[in-house]
Design a protein around this ligand. Structure first.
Ligand code: URA
Length: 218
């Protein structure tokens, strides 16, 4: 691209790669279009089942293998984990600071899940969630929100912490079983409804701060 004269810096066509630029001050254009400098990248993945949330795994495909080439960068990692059989919103980024803020136990960034249950839910689920469920293993969960779904065995829950297998264990404590689980929101940012399973979308900078917000309860 340089050799073809497609790159210019502050309006001057540049043909050699060793020129020093200041990415936050200089105006770089490629083919006449401005390229803005981004310190970090934030990717929304709609994770399918069968894919693991780690940077490497000998057996199963990892979420990183689903990141298309144009979004690949050094240092990408999944910020938070979903189980292998859970679908939905995984944030992939190279921004360790944001990931830390999002995942730190005391930050309580809400995560919203769509859940299908083996048996119909009970009328007491809403109050059990809002009181804070005690898991069978003894851990006490923070108060969470339960909302009825479109059928008697589907629902939505919002958690403010992220223990291992937490949604599954909360329903286990209520004597039920999760048969399908999908994360549909992190903080104030919803999983894009047009994003197919296995696809990635770059999160625009103006939406990044929503990842740390409180989400709407509906
Ligand atoms: N809770 C679970 O049980 N599994 C997940 O993948 C996420 C939350």
């Amino acid at each position: 691209m340089l050799k073809r004269g497609l790159v210019s810096v502050n309006g001057v066509v540049i043909r050699c790669a060793d020129i020093k630029i200041h990415p936050e001050i200089d105006l770089i254009t490629l083919n006449g279009e401005e390229i803005s400098y981004k310190k970090h990248i934030y990717i929304m993945l709609n994770k399918p089942q069968g894919v693991v949330c780690s940077t490497r795994d000998g057996l199963s495909p990892t979420v990183l293998s689903l990141v298309p080439e144009h979004l690949q960068r050094k240092g990408l990692f999944p910020a938070g984990r979903l189980d292998k059989d859970t679908e939905g919103f995984v944030l992939i980024t190279d921004d360790g600071e944001l990931a830390h803020k999002m995942l730190a136990p005391k930050s309580h960034v809400p995560k919203k899940y769509y859940v299908e249950l083996q048996d119909n839910y009970n009328d007491n689920y809403s109050s059990r969630f809002s009181e804070g469920i005690r898991l069978i293993t003894g851990e006490q969960c923070l108060p969470a929100e339960f909302f009825k779904g479109e059928t008697l065995s589907s629902c939505y829950v919002v958690l403010h912490e992220g223990m291992f297998h937490q949604v599954k264990k909360m329903f286990e404590a209520l004597g039920n079983k999760v048969v399908f689980l999908k994360r549909i929101q992190i903080g104030g940012l919803e999983l894009d409804k047009n994003l197919a399973l296995g696809e990635c979308l770059e999160i625009m900078h103006k939406n990044v701060e929503k990842l740390l917000q409180i989400c709407d309860a509906d």
